[in-house]
Design a protein around this ligand. Structure first.
Ligand SMILES: [Zn+2]
Length: 513
């Protein structure tokens, strides 16, 4: 009787858990028992692994044991999912059967799917999986060549990427060496669209800067060609770069969607930008659904921007599915045997045409007011209420596109002002012993509490709007948050009456008269 064990990783959300794969191989009296028995709650995918492992071994001139095989995945309570355990399963069985020596696998984690031809295939989530393996003290990763670059992002991990099972067996015997994979050479930083390309729209530029400084959600309303998409795409260019920890967190989410497979992988160091189409399903937006769970567009936009153009065209339940994650900053997906969470702290940018006919020149529109109103009311009130600021974009006259060069400030200086304002806010909340960093994170009641309440003379504009029922209580809180951000950009110790008025106008999307 032979016994062996190896390690692989199971991912629950972005959390990797080391799974021990044990196999014992023994001669059995009855032919009928010459099957593989698996325990430890492997799901159907792991059961299918048996088929792939048998074929991969046969096509690599390796014979599957002609004996009884018992396999156990532990800890048993884990929902072992995915095909990433294929390689560990094959190697553990071969080692248990004394077909190959296992001493070179000391401290190794095996993470690859097996093709029927014996090739090692890529798996999603290699980065978060190997981060967990490294934390658990494993020092060598054996992965597919398509995951090698990504695996090499984990500091202190020796990455070996054999093409197929035969190459790995030769290495286990010490007959061949494998060159450790190295991190990809740093390519030129990805080009993020710059504000210098944007002509006109001085109000919208200002709003974009304020949104970036406070992390506020925004709503852009304007005819086609007014520059809604151009504005939203340029928001990442004025957001601060990601810290090391944030870069790993964001890259891990993108890794779970297999975004680096086969290509060179680098940590994502800038705020991501996701622009899903309005035909997207709820599963694709928030993640989950049947079968393999993975992060949706919302989680992929974590620490960056989620841009939803033509907001009234989205299905209402899909839009409403955003409400809870926008409040909590995470997506929660309930499964039969696990609850999976993905972080999802995003800046939401909703955009809409003012009416369904979407004319490029406003006076071409013949839609009655009632149709326009009905069109915009497709976006639910509770979602709109969670948006801090609204910009009504006029259509850009051709003369402005040609002549308005003076307005075309590039992103660099704007990003500096945004960073300064963010620092001021973070320092203020930290000094007061609060946990918030961005003004958008401060709960409304806190801003209305005695500690942070502004004098009545300062908040008069907002107070009057509330009394006149032109804004809701939630809207009032949003104005206070915006006012703090505008104050931070102006380097005021606390918002002034002018800051509150400017915030009220941004909240409503028009000048208060
Ligand atoms: Zn119209």
């Amino acid at each position: 009787m032979g016994y062996s064990r190896t390690s692989t990783i199971c991912l629950i959300g972005t959390t990797g858990i080391v799974v021990t794969v044990e196999a014992s191989v023994f001669k059995s009296a009855s032919k009928a028992s010459e099957a593989v028995r698996m325990s430890g709650l492997p799901d159907s995918v792991v059961n299918q692994a048996q088929t792939r492992v048998r074929a991969a071994m046969a096509n690599s001139a390796l014979s599957f044991p002609d004996k009884s095989v018992s396999v156990n995945f532990g800890p048993a309570s884990l929902p072992t999912t995915g095909s990433a355990a294929d390689l560990a399963l094959a190697i553990t069985i071969m080692c248990a059967d004394d077909m190959v020596p296992g001493h070179r696998l000391e401290g190794a984690v095996l993470l690859a799917e097996l093709g029927l031809d014996g090739s090692l295939r890529s798996v999603p989530g290699t980065l978060p999986a190997l981060m967990a393996a490294h934390q658990a003290g494993l020092t060598t990763a054996i992965v597919s060549p398509d995951n090698a670059n990504e695996a090499a992002l984990v500091d202190g991990m020796t990455v070996l990427a054999p093409r197929n099972l035969s190459t790995l067996v030769a290495w286990l015997y010490g007959q061949a060496e494998l060159d450790p994979a190295l991190p990809a050479q740093t390519a030129a930083a990805p080009k993020i669209p710059d504000l210098a390309d944007l002509r006109g729209q001085p109000m919208a530029r200002r709003a974009l800067e304020i949104a970036a400084a406070g992390g506020h959600h925004m709503f852009l309303l304007g005819p086609p060609g007014a520059g809604k998409t151009m504005l939203a795409e340029r928001l990442p260019s004025i957001l601060p770069p990601l810290s090391d920890a944030e870069a790993v967190e964001v890259t891990s989410l993108h890794s779970l969607r297999g975004r680096f497979t086969g290509g060179s992988a680098e940590l994502i160091r800038h705020a991501p930008f996701e622009a899903p189409h309005h035909s997207m399903t709820m599963q694709a937006l928030v993640g989950g659904g049947h079968g393999q769970v993975g992060p949706g567009s919302l989680a992929l936009a974590h620490r960056g921007v989620l841009f939803m153009d033509e907001a009234p065209e989205w299905k209402r339940p899909v839009l409403d599915a955003l409400r809870q994650p926008l409040e909590s900053g995470e997506v929660q997906i309930r499964r039969a045997n696990a609850s999976i969470r993905y972080p999802a702290k995003v800046m939401l940018v909703l955009a809409a045409n003012p009416c369904p006919c979407a004319p490029s020149k406003p006076h071409d529109c013949t839609c009655p007011a009632r149709i326009k109103h009905r069109y915009l009311s497709r976006i639910s009130r509770p979602l709109i209420d969670r948006i801090d600021l609204r910009v009504d974009l006029p259509s850009v006259p051709p003369s402005a596109i040609l002549a308005d060069q003076a307005d075309a400030e590039p992103s660099g200086p704007v990003a500096k002002r945004v960073a300064k304002a963010r620092e001021a806010a973070a320092a203020r909340w930290a000094e007061a012993g609060e946990v918030w960093r961005l003004n958008s994170e401060v709960p409304g009641p806190a801003l209305r509490s005695a500690k942070w309440r502004l004098p009545p003379g300062t908040t008069r504009t907002a107070d009057e709007l509330l009394m006149a029922e032109r804004i809701t209580a939630r809207g009032y809180d949003r104005i206070l948050k915006l006012a703090w951000t505008i104050g931070d950009l102006h380097r005021h110790d606390e918002p002034t009456a002018e800051d509150v008025t400017a915030a009220s106008e941004l909240r409503l999307g028009y000048t208060i008269t």
